[in-house]
Design a protein around this ligand. Structure first.
Ligand code: MG
Length: 157
């Protein structure tokens, strides 16, 4: 068994759409990013790569590479799973927390879990997403940023 941890943070800006776990949670704001800015999926990808000893998301999908401009993070998640499979590893379990002041993410958590589980070929019970605010404190609390943390367990095979 191998374990990895991931963390991500993106600045928020007006316009566009905010994706979290592949779900549009805000149609009027976006995460400022080279890719689609899905902080939850980025934290999970980093945890997966970390657990496999494959570095981080920037090593595998560099933001200097034009092919990742506006990249679909669900596609990156599947690519990360393929890299793991190349080392004989697969995701067994994911636990994650998203920090966002608004909107409240409670109504979206189940769909996020279903998206992630489907992309990774996991039973939905193996994916857990929690959502918290920052109680008005700091960059997340002021509504200027979204952050996410994830822990991933990998198994052989
Ligand atoms: Mg990111």
């Amino acid at each position: 068994m191998r374990v990895g941890i991931g963390r991500d943070l993106h600045r928020l800006a007006k316009g566009g759409r905010l994706l979290v776990g592949g779900v549009e949670v805000d149609p009027e704001r976006r995460a400022v990013a080279h890719s689609d800015g899905d902080a939850l999926l980025h934290a999970i990808i980093d945890a997966m790569l970390g657990a496999a000893g494959l570095g981080d998301i920037g090593d595998q999908f560099p933001d200097t590479d034009p092919q990742y401009q506006g990249a679909d993070s669900q596609a990156l998640l599947k690519s990360a799973a393929a890299l793991l499979a190349g080392k004989g590893l697969r995701v067994a379990q994911i636990d994650a927390t998203v920090l966002l002041e608004r909107p409240k993410l409670g109504p979206f958590k189940q769909v996020m879990c279903e998206n992630i589980a489907a992309d990774l070929g996991l039973p939905v019970e193996s994916v857990n997403v929690k959502a918290k605010t920052a109680e008005g404190l700091g960059d997340v609390g002021r509504g200027e940023a979204i952050a996410a943390e994830a822990i991933v367990v990998l198994k052989q095979g």
